[in-house]
Ligand binder design. Sequence first.
Ligand code: HEC
Length: 109
Amino acid sequence: MKNSAALTAALLLGTALTAHAADAKTNWDDLCAKCHGTDGKGQTKMGKKLKIADLTYPAVQAKFTDAQAVVAMKEGITDQSGKQVMKPVEGLSEEDMKALVPLVRALAK
Ligand code: HEC
């Protein structure tokens, strides 16, 4: 009895984690793609306006760490003149943001 409860809990947790992993792509498409593009190249109206870096280039990816990527989502990005070019992402938990990092990294592969 005890074991089956543990098993059920493990299964439920497994389902939650799987659902979460799928969500990163949805979050990217919903919250990030309007600037970065679904492919990360930034060839969108907003992306072109912001002269956004092409995230498919390893050299661009090398400019930030995984932790900095999360900070960028949390706090946004300000350019040299102090203008906020990427707003802090709204409605995502820390976990959601962390889940987006491997997706961002995979854009350059
Ligand atoms: C309003 C447009 C906009 C949106 C929406 C946006 N970004 Fe950005 N993002 C930018 C700009 C501009 C930069 C600045 C870097 C550059 O292109 O030179 C940037 C940079 C980044 C970087 C590099 C961080 C660094 O330190 O250089 C990451 C990672 C990133 N964005 C991830 C995301 C993710 C993930 C989302 C969605 C949750 C997102 N962005 C949504 C505009 C946007």
